[in-house]
Design a protein around this ligand. Sequence first.
Ligand SMILES: [Zn+2]
Length: 272
Amino acid sequence: MGYGDEIMVAGEARRLWRAGDPRPVAVLDRHGRPRRHPIWDGNPRIARPEAVARGLAVQTLVNGPGCRPYVDYVAMHNEFAALFPGRPFTTKLCDPRLPWRYTAWRASPGELFHVSRREPGDYVVVEPHLKAGASPNKDWGWDRWQALVSSRRDLDWVQLGAGGVRVLEGVRQLETADFRTACGLLAGARAAVLPEGGLHHAAAALDVPAVVIFGAMTSPANTGYASHVNLFEPMGGESPCGQRVACDHCAQAMAAIDPAAVADHLERILDA
Ligand SMILES: [Zn+2]
């Protein structure tokens, strides 16, 4: 997965520090090996693998691909084994019978270093795109994003990211070469309206108020932040469905998130 997961790691490292252990955190992969990620560069709470190899005194945190704290691997393994007896377990198989299953773990805001923060501006960041490979169930839908923007023509709306992508009408694009550059611009925003993903984790780390469109596939009880307005619509259930393939239930959940209601939430943030 992408930046969001690794920003959540930085949140875990901060949580461990705050719990009273001053040693830097060695982030271990599922085989117990220290990991690195460029988004942690400059983070004094996270030990680099070479420092661990030199014998630096560390505390450890297991968190990486195949060992994320919000994923219930035991439940997923059992469901996989029932469907495919004898086949080696993988979480990579996109099958409607094998949704993500979640633990009770909840993210706390991460930290980002080496971010050139743009001076606070008057713009609002909006992100109608999902990263490649994201579940289609996280997609609010182009027309709803457009309806939101069109309902507030008075705002200075901004899209970040690589050039060449589709830009909403009434939105200006600030092309950003990489994720860190995008974070610098995000840091200067008055507010943001975002899908559940890397930028919403960055917004929490950078103290940017945001409305986050969850829908029903993932839950703010896992990957949401108390500082944000989290729009989760489990459609009568309580649990996120976890489906990686397009699902009717999630489509209904997204349809239940009205652009006018999102605009109201944003209004309250801007008035605060
Ligand atoms: Zn669903």
